[in-house]
Design a protein around this ligand. Structure first.
Ligand code: NDP
Length: 271
């Protein structure tokens, strides 16, 4: 019998997760059903309780419920605790496991799909929200030479630099204006692209071999990607990260790791 999983969000109609997990299931011969679940903005907890009671085995969590999911989980992985946010719930007898696969997905996309080794490189992380927080531990585990965090609200960048400064890599905070580049890897974890805006980074952060990844994805490059390309960098969107974080969740739930390359290729194919 097929086991049930879903993605919980509000809104959730746009989510590509059902298509990604269906492709993983077909590829690995796993019998599962993966659906969208729209939770009322004030009804995340009740939605999770109903899903678990109905025998659902796990759920991905998207905007705006990742923080609530972290509070609801009864057992958190170290990376979920560090992120303060959960995007993957596993319903076990009497327990709700909470994990955060976003950062691991980001790193897998950079290292495997973009073939960019982070070790020894200068990394710039833009933003200090949930996505930036989730990215930090997995990025630092790759042992970059240094990591700089820049955020619109400087105090949040400083707080993150303090919190993640003991992982054996120098982590510092900067304002956008004071950034001194070029950097080897730049990750845009701000939500500026969602509103069609550009985080105010100076063009000097980009070099000709800089990989500039925007966590946002859509059917055309973001302003940040265009700006990075115009200054010689290699621009990349967040679609690979999305597929990789899904693969990480799939492996956690099913004990089988899917091959992400054909799924990413399928999603990138013009429809
Ligand atoms: P949050 O709301 O938690 O954080 C938003 C961050 O963006 C804050 O640091 C905020 O700064 C900054 N910001 C917002 N607007 C601007 C602007 N106009 N200029 C500069 N900085 C700005 O969002 P998340 O961290 O959850 O998400 C960030 C992005 O990552 C979104 O685009 C999301 O879609 C994407 N994402 C992609 C994933 C994927 O799989 N590809 C997975 C998860 C997230 P301040 O602190 O000053 O408010």
């Amino acid at each position: 019998m097929s086991e049930r999983y879903c993605v919980i969000g509000n809104p959730v109609a746009h989510s590509k997760s059902p298509a990604i997990h269906a492709a993983f299931a077909a590829q690995t011969g796993q019998h599962l059903v993966y659906e969208r679940c729209l939770a009322p903005l004030d009804g995340f907890r009740a939605t999770v309780a109903a899903l678990a009671a109905a025998g659902c085995k796990g759920a991905n969590v998207t905007v705006p419920f990742k923080l609530e999911a972290a509070a609801l989980a009864t057992a958190l992985t170290a990376r979920a605790r560090a992120a303060g946010a959960v995007n993957t719930l596993t319903f076990l007898a009497g327990e709700i496991g909470g994990d955060n696969t976003d950062g691991a997905g980001l790193v897998a996309d950079i290292v495997r799909n973009a073939a960019f080794a982070i070790r020894g490189q200068r990394v710039l992380l833009l933003g200090a929200g949930g996505a930036a927080r989730g990215a930090l531990l997995p990025l630092l585990a790759e042992q970059p030479a240094a990591l700089v965090i820049a955020n619109r609200t400087p105090a949040s960048a400083a707080a993150l630099a303090d919190a993640f400064g003991s992982e054996g890599v120098p982590v510092t905070a900067s304002t956008f204006a004071a950034l001194a580049g070029p950097f080897d890897l730049i990750v845009n974890a701000t939500s500026a692209s969602l509103g069609g805006e550009l985080p105010p980074v100076p063009a000097t952060v980009f070099g000709t071999s800089t990989l500039a990844l925007d966590m946002m994805y859509g059917n055309k490059p973001t302003l940040f990607m265009d700006f990075a390309s115009a200054h010689g960098a290699i621009a990349r969107d967040g679609l690979g990260m999305l597929v990789e974080q899904a693969a990480e969740a799939f492996a956690l739930w099913r004990g089988v790791r899917p091959d992400t390359a054909p799924v990413l290729q399928q999603l990138r194919a013009p429809s």
